[in-house]
Ligand binder design. Structure first.
Ligand code: ATP
Length: 360
């Protein structure tokens, strides 16, 4: 039972490239933490430093009260699941699961008991005699997870474990991993570039960009209270709409003044900022509403609609700027028609154009 602490962690690779800057995080025992961000932002590097596979250039990493910077991977009580599964191709599922326990020199009976128990948790009981090549991607992934949990360690690290699976398998494995995490009760640190995985699985999410932590928070905090333009645009699908605008005589002017919204009386905090981005999420715009006083009404022209089943994406513009609205398919306006939509005040965000930070 141990908390993990990362204090002012920096990673500079031998070629001089700095991949991680001043990473700080306290992880409570049992938490499911996800590191998310675009390719190359430093997620795997951070995970590998926690695993002991990559040395920490600067800063301190604690497991409980123990400074762990110089502990080797084995001493850290950590199990890691990789994207590639890393199974032994010539060993059966049983042997793959048993391998680590045999190395520990455990009794055959105990090994068998633990393999069967783990196979049950993962629904692999009927596959124990098969070789990895006789399994689907999802089943291989389950064996890889099984190899981690069978070791009964306190900390699991997972690096893009679902990226080799098809979309349907990913959804299934997502809930299986959450279920296993609950059953086993260990701390899990999970790396992905997929914001949906991060949002659906995590207790807390760490959003990274270019080696810097942008924000740490619960999925709800990141969705409703993003601290900057990057986080606001990264979390949510389709992403938040951003419309450049500037402030003149108490009015927000969009796209060379073709649209003007008087929002300063409602949001006095924007007065201090001349150039801004106005933001709202596609799913928060309304095309059917009784009370226009709860927001601002905008006239749009429908350029394209995409029916996705449970909702329709409507492509339109504010002034000259493209925006997407996500609406109930029954309410979707027709292509090539003009229509009105409402952006509720409570769903509006403003960002300073220069700092890209949210204006609160
Ligand atoms: P991905 O999602 O593509 O795996 P990531 O966020 O996990 O990306 P990292 O693998 O941590 O990113 O890499 C972060 C940065 O460090 C990248 O720019 C990468 O090119 C660089 N990098 C990784 N390993 C090394 C290395 N051994 N030497 C030098 N630079 C490296």
């Amino acid at each position: 039972m141990s908390n993990l602490t990362l204090k002012n962690i920096n990673k500079i690779y031998p070629n001089g490239f700095q991949a991680v800057y001043d990473f700080n995080l306290d992880i409570k025992h049992g938490e499911f933490i996800t590191l998310v961000g675009p390719s190359g932002c430093g997620k795997s590097t951070t995970l590998r430093m926690i695993a002991g596979l990559e040395n920490i250039s600067e800063g301190e990493f604690y497991i409980g009260d123990t400074l762990a910077n110089d502990l080797n991977p084995k001493q850290r009580g950590i199990a890691m699941v990789f994207q590639s599964y890393a199974l032994y191709p010539n060993l059966s599922v049983f042997e793959n699961l048993a391998f680590g326990l045999e190395l520990q020199g455990l009794d055959e009976e105990i090994i068998e008991e633990r393999v069967i128990k783990t196979a049950k948790i993962l629904g692999l009981e009927t596959y124990l005699d098969r070789k990895p090549r006789e399994l689907s991607g999802g089943q291989c992934q389950r064996v890889a997870v099984g190899r981690a949990i069978i070791r009964k360690v306190d900390i699991f690290l997972m690096d893009e474990p679902l990226s080799n699976l098809d979309a349907k398998q990913r959804v299934t494995m997502r809930s299986e991993i959450i279920d296993i995490h609950r059953k086993v009760g260990s701390t899990t640190i999970y790396v992905t570039h997929d914001q949906t995985e991060a949002m659906t699985m995590s207790d807390r999410i760490v959003v990274m960009k270019d080696g810097y932590v942008q924000q740490v928070g619960t999925p709800k905090e990141l969705y409703f209270e993003p601290v900057n333009l990057f986080v606001a645009g990264f979390i949510g699908e389709p992403p938040m709409n951003f419309v450049p605008c500037h402030l003149e005589n108490e009015s927000l002017l969009f796209n060379e003044a073709s649209v003007s919204l008087n929002l300063v009386s409602k949001f006095p905090q924007i007065k201090e900022h001349k150039e801004l981005y106005f933001g709202f999420r596609p799913e928060h715009a309304l095309v059917k509403y009784d009370d226009p006083s709860i927001g601002v009404e905008v006239e749009g022209f429908v350029e394209l609609t995409e029916l996705l089943g449970d909702n329709t994406n409507v492509y339109t513009k504010i002034g000259e700027h493209n925006v997407i609205l996500k609406v109930d398919p029954h309410d979707a306006p027709k292509v090539d028609s003009t229509f009105k939509f409402l952006i509720p005040y409570e769903s509006m965000y403003f960002f300073d154009k220069e700092t890209e930070r949210v204006i609160k």
